[in-house]
Design a binder for this molecule. Structure first.
Ligand code: ARG
Length: 389
């Protein structure tokens, strides 16, 4: 019997995928990864088996996600189109990597996922699998099957005794991990609609946030956040804690019109308080500790980095080479940043670093000025010289 390993979330789509693949003669093995969504291994196992799979692998990947994916993104500062912290995009190559690992272990020639034929996630899954395991074929039932609506999927599930959670209408399509929540579809598809209150997943709407500023103090060691408010925390806990603090201050939502890989413009709301707080703090520390040219060059790389990660080209030598450069810049990025959060804003309050390139004696307009202003005239003459005709 042909064997296939399916990336299984426990939702309606992937539950129907099991039956659909079985109908096409596959022995279906499931793989579920915990990247920080609501996650119950016992429930997943029950549902996968009830839906017809022969076996399920379940893995908590939060630590690996934080250390090998999120941290690299943070050091790179790779915002996509200036507004997206790539939370969903970063998770996919990790899940796909384990998917092909399980396929190898199970001696399966096929893997499958529940992504639609219009989105970016299919690209990330398919491309990662193709790069890491060229001999394994990826099947995406949603690109092929005849079910065209949620209602039809529910009918299909009922017909085949597939357990479904809630039959009531889903307002949005949501993807969640520790780095952020992506919310799309429903009323958000009309760009003239302001995101309604029910599109707030865990960030507080501004009119419900405290009237008091919340301070956060973050210590970095070579670009790695290691302490929050004076307390040493592992990266996963630090992110989870910052998500809670940021969410209650209304911080970290972005409403984006983004350009998908497949050419479609789409609208997505992201909630990523920890990501935005860490991004801001890290950038502030870099501004103090890195020289002008390194900062400028890093900007260029950040943009390209974001594009390749968004496109699912994580496992490429270009991304690895970028990381090598970025890592070498981070040796100076040690110090403390204090931010205050208030009604959706992240404001820098203090910057402290032993590697600071800021020299008060040069910058000051007050006493103790050490800058030799007589040098300025000659410097400016030479600066302008190449442009004189
Ligand atoms: N647009 C985002 C990306 O491509 C998120 C995709 C998944 N979104 C969702 N709501 N299910 O990275």
């Amino acid at each position: 019997m042909k064997k296939i390993v399916l990336a299984y979330s426990g939702g309606l789509d992937t539950s129907c995928c099991i039956q659909w693949l079985k109908d096409r003669g596959f022995d279906v093995v499931c793989f579920s990864a915990n990247l920080g969504s609501e996650f119950s291994p016992a429930d997943l196992k029950k549902r996968a088996i009830q839906s017809g799979s022969s076996k399920i692998y379940i893995k908590d990947l939060r630590e690996e996600f934080a250390k090998d994916y999120i941290l690299k993104w943070l050091k790179a500062g790779a915002l996509y189109e200036g507004k997206y912290v790539l939370s969903t995009s970063l998770g996919r190559p990790l899940i796909a990597k384990y998917l092909v690992d399980v396929a190898k272990k199970e001696k399966a020639q096929f893997v499958a996922h529940g992504c639609t034929g219009k989105g970016n996630d299919q690209v990330r899954f398919d491309a990662t699998c193709a790069i890491l395991a060229p001999n394994v074929k990826t099947i995406a039932p949603l690109r092929e099957w005849e079910l065209t609506s949620r209602e039809e999927e529910i009918e299909y599930a009922k017909k085949h005794n597939i357990p479904i959670k809630a039959t009531k209408e889903k307002l949005y399509s949501i993807d969640k991990n520790i780095w952020g929540v992506s919310v799309e579809g429903g009323v958000l598809e009309d760009l003239s609609n302001e995101p309604p209150q029910n599109s707030y997943y865990f960030v507080k709407p501004l009119n419900k946030t405290a009237n008091k500023e919340a301070y956060v103090e973050i210590d970095f060691d070579k670009g790695v956040p290691i302490k929050l408010n004076g307390k040493t925390l592992n990266l996963v806990s630090l992110i989870e804690k910052l998500n809670r603090i940021g969410a209650s201050a209304g911080v970290g939502r972005s409403d984006c019109i983004e350009d998908r890989v497949v050419g479609i413009k789409s609208r997505e709301i992201y909630e990523a308080p920890a990501a935005w707080i860490l991004y801001t703090a890290h950038k502030e520390l870099e501004a103090v500790t890195l020289d002008k040219e390194t900062l400028a060059f890093k900007e260029i790389i950040a943009q390209k980095y974001s594009q390749i990660v968004y496109q699912g080209l994580w496992f490429t030598s270009l991304r690895q080479s970028f990381d090598a450069f970025i890592d070498s810049t981070q040796k100076y990025v040690t110090g403390r940043i204090v931010l205050k959060l208030y009604k959706g804003n992240i404001v820098v309050a203090k910057r402290i670093s032993k590697n600071s390139l800021y020299k008060k004696a040069f910058a000051t307009y007050g006493e103790g000025d050490k800058f030799d202003r007589t040098m300025a005239e000659g410097f400016i003459k030479i600066l302008a010289m190449p442009y004189q005709r």
